[in-house]
Design a protein around this ligand. Structure first.
Ligand SMILES: NC(=O)c1ccc[n+]([C@@H]2O[C@H](COP(=O)([O-])OP(=O)(O)OC[C@H]3O[C@@H](n4cnc5c(N)ncnc54)[C@H](OP(=O)(O)O)[C@@H]3O)[C@@H](O)[C@H]2O)c1
Length: 294
């Protein structure tokens, strides 16, 4: 089937290109970068979908700099709700499946146990609210859809793009002999884009539809995650644990946003591996590509 991949230079999209290619010639992927299409351009989105006639559209594009979203709510909603609405309507007109990415930040973290898909979303931030609005736009405008909530993505392309990723930020700080301050009271499950892409390649063509939580398994605080990055990379560097209050980020984040991949397992797929194993593969892969931590 023909799959239109939006946001093609991003971390997840780059791994989707690798994993769909590895899956063989069953799927023709049409990668489209931000330079080629802005999802806020309704006419442009319509023209693109009309000319490529995809059976499936995967949208990895988002405005997701969480603290900046607090300062720029209009832009945030324009992309994360408006842009998604454009894609949902175009997909629906062409009877295409829309695969839309979303986030653990749709939850408030008060429950302090893993959230399943039927749990009520109560976002704390502009970013979280805009992503939930995007989910609703997909449900409202596109009959055939998959919504994937994931968390803390890191992938090799993140070392090259402008938003980067947490692992690379930690390793760069250590290489510069700076001690990172990392929150130890926000618990979630960081997820490798390579693992997510591998599972998405299974899910997207399977005929399954609806809302899916898709993260690595297990849980950790960002502080634990930073320390594991250093341990696996063989970097002997301190990490300074701080509370969210001390860190004082602009956007409020959930204290506990672990997702349970219940719907994915219930659809017959095998669950993700533990976050530590996925991180170990990433650290190994970045070394092989010549990325050095110091
Ligand atoms: N990263 C995380 O920790 C995380 C956590 C949970 C969920 N997610 C979601 O998972 C998805 C993939 O994340 P990722 O880390 O792979 O993102 P990423 O690396 O930032 O890639 C997103 C891509 O979308 C493009 N883009 C941004 N705005 C666009 C627009 N208006 N029109 C078209 N393209 C646009 C970006 O281009 P430019 O760089 O040129 O703007 C970038 O190439 C996103 O929906 C993200 O919100 C991410």
């Amino acid at each position: 089937m023909t799959i239109l991949l939006i946001g093609a230079n991003g971390q997840l999209a780059r791994d989707l290109q690798i994993e769909f290619a590895a899956a063989g010639k069953k799927h023709e992927l049409v990668p489209v970068t931000h330079e080629q299409i802005d999802i806020c351009d309704r006419r442009g989105v319509d023209d693109l979908v009309s000319s490529t006639r995809p059976k499936c559209i995967i949208n990895t594009a988002a405005f997701h700099q969480v603290d900046l979203c607090e300062e720029e709510p209009q832009t945030t909603f324009a992309v994360n709700e408006g842009g998604v609405t454009n894609l949902a309507q175009a997909a629906h007109r062409h009877n295409a499946l829309l695969v839309q990415l979303s986030t653990d930040y749709v939850f408030d973290g008060v429950k302090r146990s893993a959230d399943v898909e039927s749990d009520e979303a109560k976002p704390l931030s502009v970013y979280g609210k805009s992503r939930l609005a995007g989910e609703h736009a997909v449900e409202q405008h596109c009959t055939r859809h998959i919504i994937i909530r994931t968390c803390g993505l890191y992938g090799l392309a993140g070392s090259q793009n402008k938003t980067g990723n947490f692992v690379e930020t930690m390793l760069k700080l250590a290489a510069a002999k700076r001690t990172p301050r990392v929150v130890n009271d926000q618990v979630c499950t960081p997820t490798s884009t390579r693992d997510l892409a591998r599972h998405m390649v299974q899910l997207a063509p399977s005929g399954a539809q609806g809302l899916f939580h898709m993260t690595s398994t297990g849980e950790c605080s960002w502080f634990d995650f930073a320390r594991e990055c250093f341990r696996l990379a063989g970097v002997h560097a301190p990490v300074n644990p701080v509370s969210s209050e001390q860190y004082a980020a602009k956007a409020k984040r959930p204290a506990y946003s672990v997702l349970d991949n219940l719907a994915y397992r219930s659809a017959g797929f095998s669950d993700f591996r533990p976050w530590q194993e996925a991180l170990a593969e990433y650290i190994h892969a970045r070394k092989k590509t010549g990325l050095q931590s110091s």
